[in-house]
Design a protein around this ligand. Sequence first.
Ligand code: 4AD
Ligand code: MG
Length: 431
Amino acid sequence: MIKTKIKDLGSYIDQEVSLSGWVYNLRSSGSIIFLQFRDGYGFIQAIVAKNSVDEEIWEKAKKITIESSVVLIGKVTEHPKQKGIYELQVDNIDLINIAQEYTIGKKEHGPEFLLDNRHLWLRSPKQWAIQRIRYTIIRETYDHLSREGFIKIDAPILTPTACEGTTTLFEINYFDKDKAYLTQSGQLYIEAAIMSHNRVFDFGPVFRAEKSKTRRHLTEFWMMDAEMAFSNHRDNMTIQENLITSIVKRVLKDNQEELKVLERDIKPLEKIETPFDKITYTEAVDILQKQGRGMKWGDDFGVDEETIISRQHEKPIFVEKYPVTIKPFYMKRDPLNDKVAMNSDLLAPEGYGEIIGGSQREDDYETLIKRFKEYNVPIEPYQWYLDLRRYGSVTHAGFGYGLERLTAWICGIHHIRETIPFPRLINRLTP
Ligand code: 4AD
Ligand code: MG
């Protein structure tokens, strides 16, 4: 008996195989039971015909309920009309667990009900597809960055200070005396590591005590920060567009089945090629004002503003040189205009908005001290960060992507909460 997986069935036409998995739906015509079966790798219809199995097997088949776990043994056939679609003509069944009446039935459920049952919802085909694409994005990030000379450096999660400002910090008691904070980004730590390795990235969970209740905000999400020595603002954008393009190509190559399950229109993804367009923050404000948005130079963009700008482009677009007043202390300023930073946000197309934030870093010791003062950031806890400017400072830059926002765009999912296995939102910490 060949134990195999649904995705490999093409090699076993007319042979007897065994598949282990779950029945996600079923119907009966009296003398035939059609089992919609999944094994984690794919989906298939399995057919149990009363007149071609033993009485005892037929009785077992009748006991199967939605989400029961079973081993099915049978002959692989190709669908008479659809090439490449296989079926299993069952002749033996091993019942592993007969599921109780399943809570996520066939009827439509609201998002809160599905989120309460996230541990089960993860099994449904769309959720299956999203997690597999998320994993391809993770894998291509490692592969692409490795090819580009990066190594992964793990940044700490418990930190004594803020990275992105104090308004969204989660604070915890750290034993008797100290406070600790959950990291908002590993950036400052990987800035240290580039002085040892030149190019590094981190990838892990980060935390933002965001009060925002939007479709793009989670309180816990996964960020990939990359940092490069001897690189400036321009180099930074080139590395980002190459990474995003290679991620999209990899998903198109490896996840056709998943994209189909998601009913994702892949035409917009097929258009993603380097180079990406670049506009300045000032130009973006101009566009928005012409569209009648009541905003002035110096205001930060919200979801709506980013949506308007990103809808105007087929490819991701860099918005660069934001006012320093709405960006963190560590960004280097434009030597030609010290009101703006040498930074960029990358906005995804189709209205998805910011997926990456990045900048060239202030690498001059005296200037950085000045910034700490301007931003009212206490210098003492950042002495180690200042050391990086005391000992062999170099021009450097980096960026961070939000894995959930990137996944939502590539999958064409409206709300990013579906792209993380167990979302954490202001009003949700369970399951
Ligand atoms: O733009 P952000 O805040 O940049 C940083 O944290 C830098 N230290 C990164 C760096 O230069 N190494 O966050 C980076 C990305 C955003 O572009 C967005 O995709 C995502 O993280 N992000 C969120 N994703 C989900 N929920 C939230 N609350 C998010 N906040 C930011
Ligand atoms: Mg940002």
